[in-house]
Design a protein around this ligand. Structure first.
Ligand code: ATP
Length: 238
């Protein structure tokens, strides 16, 4: 469960990136987060993953008030959250297997357990046959799937994705979203930040829309008009 109550985020220098943002994502829910560039999407994801702190308001993750989480508990809290990035942040000089194993090595799992879990994670993203490849031997969509395997390898109950389909064509984008749907169908909460209004319109999930730090819309996007951007004929927020 993710819950924001009246959250403000002001960055150093005084820029107000989120304004009185309140919403809740239930366990096992899947939703999109959209809005123009600079609207505050990444800031919102960073607050959930404890990479930034709110300036005021409260955030609860799985009933835990993040304001009460001490600095030593942060790694423990982060284990509950899988993060996926647009540029997938893979280590290019390590194999696919090693990239996916990384979170488990950091947590001190045994070699046997690491092998078992990495095999399972790579199977889920249909890359079981690429374990020994290096990332630059893979297509963009495959690299993104390695990033997804790494995010889910320790089975977090929450998955956050920041523009996971940004560099992919519509067919590959849909494949990535279908993977998220598979995780969601086994109870994982999924929040996907994207500019891609066409994708949102096709998928018909609850969509949170930010504009200049304000949450201006929260609900199912009906038809092709998430808000005025679509009405103007735009297919992406830029
Ligand atoms: N560390 C920071 N310090 C100061 N300002 C920041 C910082 N990070 C983000 N901002 C500002 O906060 C606003 C929101 O940024 P954020 O990255 O959350 O937007 P976004 O909706 O994710 O944009 P994009 O779609 O381009 O990634 C922007 O105006 C940005 O310049």
């Amino acid at each position: 469960m993710i819950r924001f109550d009246q959250v403000n985020k002001t960055y150093l220098g005084g820029f107000l990136a989120l304004k009185q943002v309140s919403f809740q994502i239930a366990p096992g829910e899947m939703a999109f987060l959209t809005g123009h560039s600079g609207a505050g999407k990444s800031t919102l994801l960073k607050l959930i993953s404890l990479m930034e702190k709110p300036s005021s308001g409260t955030i609860h993750i799985n009933n835990q008030d993040l304001a009460q989480v001490g600095y030593r508990q942060v790694p423990y809290m982060r284990r509950h959250i899988g993060m996926i990035f647009q540029n997938h942040n893979l280590l290019m000089d390590r194999t696919v297997f090693d990239n996916v194993a990384l979170p488990l090595i950091i947590e001190g799992y045994s070699q046997k357990e690491i092998r078992k879990r990495v095999d399972a994670a790579l199977d889920k993203v249909h890359l079981g046959n690429k374990q020994k490849s290096f990332p630059n031997m893979l297509s963009g969509g495959e690299q993104q799937r390695v990033g997804i395997a790494r995010a889910i390898v320790n089975k977090p109950p929450i998955l956050l994705a920041d523009e996971p389909t940004g560099n992919l064509d519509p067919k590959l984008s849909l494949e990535i979203i279908k993977l998220f749907e598979e995780f969601n169908s086994v109870g994982v909460s999924v929040l996907i930040a994207t500019h891609d209004l066409g994708l949102i319109a096709r998928m018909r999930y609850r969509t949170l829309t930010l504009r200049a730090g304000n949450m201006i819309n929260d609900g199912l996007v009906d038809g092709l008009q998430p808000d005025d951007a679509m009405a103007n004929g735009e297919t992406r927020y830029d």
